[in-house]
Design a protein around this ligand. Structure first.
Ligand code: CU
Length: 488
């Protein structure tokens, strides 16, 4: 039994900041054992993984033995369609959301070649929930733009598993679309079906509201509040609906490999007008039967099987239903074949449901309710400003710049003893307000990366910078809200 403890989660969440090399001293017998294990793994036949883009699934594995399976993954940061008229800069494994479906067999050694294109703006990595080991491979695969890393893991336990990027800020990488599924087929295989499809739900956070046209930047504030503008299957509104609907025929046994990349929402996965015959609950061994709606946790999966008896269009939804009709979580299976009036007599129309869009209807407040707005906390002096700023730092900066402000070489510059910041406080103000891109030199080392603009108000910006200036060996000083207002 593999226990994914909180400690592991934290280790993976801070993979970037905590990737110190562990030195282990192995005793002689251990070394021999290890050598023997490596020798047998090295003798395995080597095969290239057959991977597919969603909604396709690679064919079942007909091997009866373990293999060393090579998987190549290339990270691409790429502007693509989110909805009609709406674009988004996705961060992807392999150029699409979700990343490619990887199919291996229980006992295989999965050898991953992880490339991050040179036109990427930030480092990335990959955490396989199918792997047993620190961070699921996050530290082993941490890769700066223009580099490639390799590592391998043994697929010890069968099941359907999410993989995702775990580079800080982890939530942001996942929110940009960095997830996919790997199926570790049990040695005996899965029961045969007629059609298999690959569907992954994800929630997205944009500056503009649902449907607002143009290239929409990521909105960290909405992501933290868990208020997505889009909840979609396979990376965009309509990716598996309308002309892109999944297709099946009467009598088909259909299997959906359903994943949920999150980053935040739990999916109440449901197919309108169907009952799942078998659900492999959470992607594991437990089979539940005759299920209407199955929960798919963020960072989790489920395998659902059902036989289709009646023609027509079946809508896949997250049954947290505003997500389906107002945020995009709507897919379709179009089924052709002879009607069966005994099973279903009614009139069957196609494309029954239309997206209703994101128009918000307000329920009015009373005057006294409207007046109840919380008053913001304001620092009375420099000491208070430093104290309040520490909390702002922990919540907004720590993920990238680290607990001690030391950053990560090649990715996140240090705030500790930063000559760049100490030379001009306004640089810090502008970085927080507007974000920072392009080449900069901090303490003699070059950085060419992206810091996103943080949606902080003048008070919080002043507080956090005053905290930084008076911590981590910096030269002191105070930034006041008025200084921030001037730079806005
Ligand atoms: Cu990433």
């Amino acid at each position: 039994m593999k226990t994914r403890t909180l400690a592991l989660l934290i280790a993976s969440a801070f993979a970037v900041t905590a990737c110190g090399k562990e030195s282990t001293t192995a005793s002689a017998p251990q070394t021999q054992q290890k050598a023997a294990a490596e020798a047998s793994a090295a003798e395995l036949p080597v095969v290239d993984a057959i991977v597919t883009h969603a909604p396709n699934v690679p064919p079942p594995i007909d091997r009866k033995h373990a293999a060393r399976v090579k998987v190549k993954i290339e990270v691409q940061e790429k502007v693509m369609r989110m909805a009609d008229g709406v674009d988004y800069k996705f961060w992807t494994f392999g150029g699409q959301v979700p990343g490619q479906f990887i199919r291996v067999r229980e006992g295989d050694i999965v050898e991953v070649e992880f490339a991050n294109r040179s036109d990427s703006t930030v480092p990335h990595n990959i955490d396989f929930h199918a792997a047993t080991g620190p961070g699921g491979g996050a530290e082993a695969s941490f890769t700066a733009p223009g580099h490639v890393s390799t590592f391998s893991f043994k697929a010890l336990q069968p099941g359907l598993y999410i993989y995702h990027c775990a580079t800080a800020p982890v939530g942001m990488h996942i929110a940009n679309g960095m997830y996919g599924l790997i199926l570790v087929e049990p040695k005996e295989g899965l029961p045969k079906v007629d059609k298999e499809f690959y569907v992954v739900q994800g929630d997205f956070y944009t500056k503009g509201k649902y449907g607002e046209a143009g290239l929409q930047p990521f909105d960290m504030e909405k992501a933290i509040k868990e208020q997505p503008d889009y909840v979609v299957f396979n990376g965009s509104v309509g990716a598996i609906a309308g002309d892109n609907a999944l297709k099946a025929e009467i009598g088909d046994k259909v299997r959906l490999y359903v994943g949920n990349g999150g980053p935040n929402l739990v999916s109440s996965f449901h197919v309108i007008g169907e009952i799942f015959d078998d659900v492999r609950v959470e992607g594991g061994d437990l089979i539940n039967k005759n299920i209407q709606t199955t929960l798919v946790p963020a960072g989790g999966a489920a395998i659902v099987d059902f036989k289709i008896d009646v023609p027509g269009t079946y809508n896949l939804v997250d049954h947290s239903i505003f997500r389906a009709f107002n945020k995009g979580a709507l897919g379709q299976i179009r089924v052709e074949g002879k009607e069966n009036k005994e099973i279903f007599s009614g009139k069957i129309t196609e494309g029954i449901y239309q997206g209703e869009g994101g128009t918000i209807q307000t329920a009015p407040l009373t005057a006294s309710e409207a007046a109840q707005a919380a008053k913001p906390v304001v620092a009375a002096n420099k000491e208070e400003r430093i104290k309040l700023g520490e909390a702002v730092y922990k919540a907004n900066c720590l993920a990238c710049h680290g607990v001690e402000g030391k950053g990560v070489e090649g990715a996140f510059p240090p705030l500790a003893e930063s000559d760049y910041l100490n030379a001009d406080h306004k640089r810090g103000i502008r970085a927080v307000l507007k974000g920072l891109t392009g080449e900069i030199t901090v303490n003699g080392k070059q950085y060419n990366s992206v810091m996103p603009a943080l949606a902080l108000n003048d008070e919080d910006t002043a507080n956090v910078l005053t905290f930084v200036l008076n911590s981590f060996g910096n030269k002191g000083g105070e930034v006041k809200p008025a200084d921030v207002a001037k730079e806005r």
